[in-house]
Design a protein around this ligand. Structure first.
Ligand SMILES: [Zn+2]
Length: 289
């Protein structure tokens, strides 16, 4: 029995050394490699084409160009995904992630799950920004925009995507953090670097930092009837021209963030209240059903 177990272990280790056999499929925007059934891969291509179209539309005229279709590797199981991460030298947190964009081979890795649409919209934004944004996006805006696209809703039949949804997971985290006095100020969000972001990933602050990055982007797109949308675009275009994020933000929104902070605080209140109302409405409806 021992021999059989060992032989199985060796065989499975050998299997992990090579990529699982993946078939190639080319959608309008993406090169997808996957060991999922063709029908599932076609579905993934369709929903990601809708997202790709929207990334393109929103970032038209940026300095980077996509030369060939970006690559996705979609595994049938989480074990295959974790093994692929390890082969690419990125295994340390793979078990805790649903997907990842690896700049080293410019590929998004993920595995099939009920959340695959959301995961892909998030990771493929990082991939898109890597190709298209000339400068370096600060962590808060790279993650905040990824979350913003993640929360989008795709209509598979028309192939279009609607953006700006209020993400209940995030509003819940915002409400908790606010109650516990853990909400970061706008200045703190702007300054959080990749290292600190990564350090927080193992703590309860992980969800809060994603929620706040999302909330700040949502505010800059939709707050005060879209008043900041043009400024946000201006900020992003300065970063595209290789201005560092802090300078680009100061130049666009001014050095004093206090007025913006006050409006942002009011917007967070509004997001939390709107989500609360929607939740109560749903509960009320359920009671009446
Ligand atoms: Zn991300």
């Amino acid at each position: 029995m021992i021999f059989i177990t060992e032989a199985l272990l060796i065989a499975s280790t050998l299997l992990m050394m090579v990529d699982a056999p993946l078939a190639k499929y080319s959608s309008e925007f993406y090169e997808i490699e996957s060991n999922l059934p063709p029908e599932r891969v076609r579905y993934i291509g369709k929903i990601m084409d809708a997202a790709g179209k929207e990334y393109d539309r929103r970032f038209a005229g940026y300095s980077g160009k996509i030369q060939r279709k970006p690559k996705l590797k979609v595994y049938a199981t989480k074990d295959e995904y974790v093994a692929a991460n390890k082969r690419a030298g990125e295994g340390s947190k793979a078990h805790a992630t649903g997907g990842v964009f690896m700049p080293i081979d410019e590929t998004v890795y993920t595995y099939d799950s009920p959340q695959i649409d959301e995961v892909l919209r998030h990771e493929c934004f990082h991939q898109f920004a890597h190709f298209v944004v000339g400068g370096e996006l600060d962590t808060w805006v790279n993650e905040g925009l990824a979350e913003y696209f993640e929360a989008g809703k795709v209509d598979p039949s028309s192939g279009t995507m609607r953006l700006g949804q209020v993400d209940a997971r995030h509003t819940q985290k915002l409400a908790e953090a606010k109650e516990e006095g853990r909400l970061m100020s706008v200045d703190q969000i702007l300054q959080i670097g990749g290292h600190d972001w990564h350090q927080n990933m193992d703590s309860r602050h992980a969800a809060t930092q994603y929620a706040q990055a999302w909330a700040l982007c949502h505010f800059l797109f939709h707050g005060d009837d879209g008043k900041y949308q043009k400024l946000f675009d201006n900020y992003l275009r300065l970063v595209d021209k290789h201005l560092d994020g802090a300078s680009a933000f100061r130049r666009t929104f001014g050095a004093d963030t206090k007025p913006l902070q006050a409006r942002y605080d009011a917007y967070v209140e509004h997001l939390i209240a709107a989500a609360d109302k929607a939740k109560k409405g749903k509960q009320g409806k359920r009671k009446n059903d």
